[in-house]
Design a protein around this ligand. Structure first.
Ligand code: FES
Length: 157
């Protein structure tokens, strides 16, 4: 079973490489495509990409670590990113973060057991005049209070 999964993932990566090219510049689009489909890029996928692009696996991993939208581990169905940059911080980010953590029973960087939500911190979302701000998947929420943030979380399926 594991072998089958590996083979199909290898084939998928080979197809992406053939489509997007074997150059180093293809790395990011290939990672984005895998992230979109699988929601994360496994160790095995990273090794295969490195092999097929003829680059070191560390290079693949460093690109994944650099971009907040790429993940090397499985995440929840919904990603909640709370802005931790200074303006939101001063506008009450900590109180919002504590309320969210209390409500979900996890801390930032973790995923709920039912895989419903992953909590992450983000840097400035460009809504500094309306902080604290957070983004849930692709939707931005502003002027958060602890209560408002918890209500938003409770509406997420
Ligand atoms: S500092 Fe939070 S959105 Fe800019």
């Amino acid at each position: 079973m594991l072998l089958l999964e590996k083979n199909s993932l290898t084939e998928e990566i080979e197809e992406l490489v053939n489509l997007m090219g074997h150059e180093r510049s293809s790395l990011l689009p290939i990672l984005q495509a895998l992230q979109r489909k699988h929601k994360y890029i496994s160790d095995f996928a990273q090794q295969e990409i490195a092999r097929l692009l003829d680059i070191h696996p560390v290079e693949v991993y460093s690109v994944i670590s650099f971009y907040a939208f790429l993940h090397s581990e499985p995440h929840g169905r919904n990603i909640v990113r709370l802005c931790q940059t200074i303006t939101c911080d001063m506008a009450g980010k900590d109180a919002v973060a504590k309320a969210i953590e209390r409500e979900l029973g996890i801390t930032f960087g973790q995923t709920t057991k039912d895989k419903r939500i992953t909590l992450e911190y983000a840097n400035c979302l460009g809504m500094c005049d309306q902080g604290p701000a957070m983004i849930v998947n692709d939707r931005v929420y502003t002027h958060l209070t602890p209560e408002k943030a918890v209500n938003i979380l409770n509406e997420i399926k």
